[in-house]
Design a protein around this ligand. Sequence first.
Ligand SMILES: Nc1ncnc2c1ncn2[C@@H]1O[C@H](COP(=O)(O)OP(=O)(O)OP(=O)(O)O)[C@@H](O)[C@H]1O
Ligand SMILES: [Mg+2]
Length: 222
Amino acid sequence: MNGKLIVIEGLDGSGKATQARALAEALQAQGRDVMQITFPDYASDSSALVKMYLGGQFGSHPDDVNAYAASTFYSVDRFASYKMKWGEFYRKGGIVIADRYTTSNAVHQCSKLPPKQWNAFLDWLFDFEYNKIGIPAPDGVIYLEVDPAVSQALMTGRYQGDEAKKDIHEKDTEYLARSQQAARHCAAALGWVTVACCQAGEMRTIQQIHEDVLRATKEILC
Ligand SMILES: Nc1ncnc2c1ncn2[C@@H]1O[C@H](COP(=O)(O)OP(=O)(O)OP(=O)(O)O)[C@@H](O)[C@H]1O
Ligand SMILES: [Mg+2]
């Protein structure tokens, strides 16, 4: 009996790691069997191509690597992680909380394509990963929606104001804005649960967002 896979998705710096951790802790406190995973799996060699891509080795602009090629770098990283880290736990009934997943390719790579090609790309992507490669499809996706200007400020704060530490996606504000449009499309088309993380141009508190995430999770798990 397979377990459950819950994905926390959102643009860069939207609070995915923060909310994934809080959710895993809350479920553990309820006595549930929980494993947290995160993508890209930077601790593993399987993220080598992702690191080359984000570091700009194939070009310094996100559009230098097309949506399909870039997606495969992340797909193989997820496959390796499933095989080596969490597949058995999931197949035995555990709850897996993922900070990013295949859904991140949907958000970040659609923005490289004209909107009329998005659905064909999404069909290819989900078929490739969930059917052909054979990693699990999520039981639910929780999309943390933030205003791109707010997430940019959060990331600058995280890097102590050093803009040079941002990767090729994080630096490109126009790319981030297009990614937000793609994310909204995906959320609507694919039934993701949207949690609004900003109010009046500011982040809501971690606890307020957590309560919405927990509510969404209850519906996914029941
Ligand atoms: N609700 C919030 N209010 C204020 N700061 C927050 C909030 N949630 C997260 N942060 C802070 O914002 C930064 C980004 O959060 P986090 O690392 O959880 O985001 P992320 O979506 O995982 O980022 P990335 O996409 O870069 O992996 C961190 O410094 C975190 O402490
Ligand atoms: Mg993160």
